[in-house]
Design a protein around this ligand. Structure first.
Ligand SMILES: [Zn+2]
Ligand SMILES: [Zn+2]
Length: 370
């Protein structure tokens, strides 16, 4: 029995598809049949070759981290999800996309998303268990990746982005201590941004302001509860104008939380200027190193502002987010975040169409469907 897996061959090179034998799970492990795999902003950064990307070995590597699927085979000893709910073949599962070591100082303190081995040690391409990326027919899950059974009432269309986009922004807002009454600014209204609007609202934000250059995304942001949107290519085209606009929209007090979800270094410089005293800037989008920017330290000293980074999320958020999705069903258009589905073998088209740099795209989030 064979399954397909996509290989990333390096920046600006077409993806290739190979086939591997589907492995039997070892005791404690699970083989998942992927049903959706998300094209995340970080995948686009690697594909585009932003910053100083690490070189890729000649044989390429498996890729994709966001996604969901159904249980294909359970390893010996696995009968339940992480919360003790029975699981069997064919059940829908969300799983932790990070593979923390569970033994380091951070893991022992419950900060699994700060583990230095966040995605485990890289397994050489073509070696057991073969299926180490979500852009594939199957995905191999180890015990350090907790899995959770999906509530029956949730449609498939809201599951693909839970274990990256939704989790990452929820964690970021929690790290920023977003709370009742806050004024929140979200830079970027793609898959992460839309989830961030909803999460900020849920945490009690009184005003949410969203910036993007694509009007279709800003429309969606309003549907998710944004009070104000700023199209950075239409009316407010310079950083100075946008800083002024955010000041007006926050009654002159500035934002309590600003979250960068685009992955453009300059947005940090600009975003810090949106903050009011005591405000927190959360860096999430700039996942690729190599694009430093100057920052005036005095700009955070006056008003005691904070700049923090946030990466992925604690797996304990997964069941909480599934519950949120159940609670918000029919109230928020989570089923519209995924705007496009592509067959797995059309992965090169999927990436070309999702590209937003220097062009317009109607895509907010796309999923690859094996
Ligand atoms: Zn991601
Ligand atoms: Zn660790």
């Amino acid at each position: 029995m064979k399954g397909r897996a996509v290989l990333f061959m390096g920046a600006r090179k077409p993806f290739e598809i190979t086939e591997y034998d589907v492995p039997d799970p070892e005791p404690g492990d699970i083989v998942l049949k992927i049903t959706q795999a998300g094209v995340c902003g970080s995948d686009l950064h690697s594909w585009r070759g932003d910053g100083n990307p690490a070189p890729v070995a000649p044989g390429g590597r498996t890729t994709g981290h966001e996604g969901t699927g159904v249980v294909y085979k359970l390893g010996k000893g696995v009968a339940t999800d992480a919360l003790g709910k029975p699981i069997k073949e064919g059940d829908r599962i969300v799983y932790s996309a990070i593979r923390p070591c569970m033994h380091c100082h951070q893991c022992l303190n419950g900060r699994h998303n700060w583990c230095q081995q966040l995605f485990g040690t890289r397994i050489p391409t073509g070696q057991f268990p073969f299926f180490t990326g979500t852009y594939a027919d199957y995905y191999y899950i180890r015990p350090n990746q907790p899995v959770f059974k999906v509530p029956d009432e949730l449609p498939d269309s809201v599951l693909g982005f839970v274990n990256c986009a939704m989790g990452t922004v929820t964690e970021g807002l929690m790290q920023a201590r977003c709370k009742e009454g806050d004024y929140v600014v979200i830079q970027g209204a793609g898959g992460l941004g839309l989830n961030a609007v909803a999460a900020a609202r849920d945490m009690g934000a009184h005003r949410v302001i969203v910036l993007d250059r694509l009007e279709n995304r800003l429309d969606m942001a309003r549907e998710f509860g944004a009070d104000y949107t700023i199209n950075v290519e239409q009316e407010w085209t310079t950083p100075e104008m946008r800083i002024q606009r955010v000041k007006e929209l926050t009654d002159g007090r500035g934002a309590d939380v600003v979250m960068e979800l685009v992955g453009r270094s300059q947005l940090m410089q600009e975003g810090i200027e949106y903050l009011g005293p005591g405000g927190t800037f959360v860096e999430i989008g700039n996942i690729v190193p190599g694009t430093p920017i100057p920052i005036d330290p005095s700009s955070i000293l006056f008003g005691a502002k904070r700049i923090i980074g946030s990466i992925m999320f604690k797996p304990s958020l997964l069941p909480m987010m599934l519950e949120t999705l159940v609670k918000k069903q029919g109230k928020l258009p989570y089923d519209k975040i995924v705007s496009h589905n592509f067959p797995l073998d059309k992965i090169n088209d999927a990436f070309e169409q999702a590209e937003w740099l220097d062009r317009q795209t109607s895509i907010t989030r796309s999923m690859l469907i094996p």
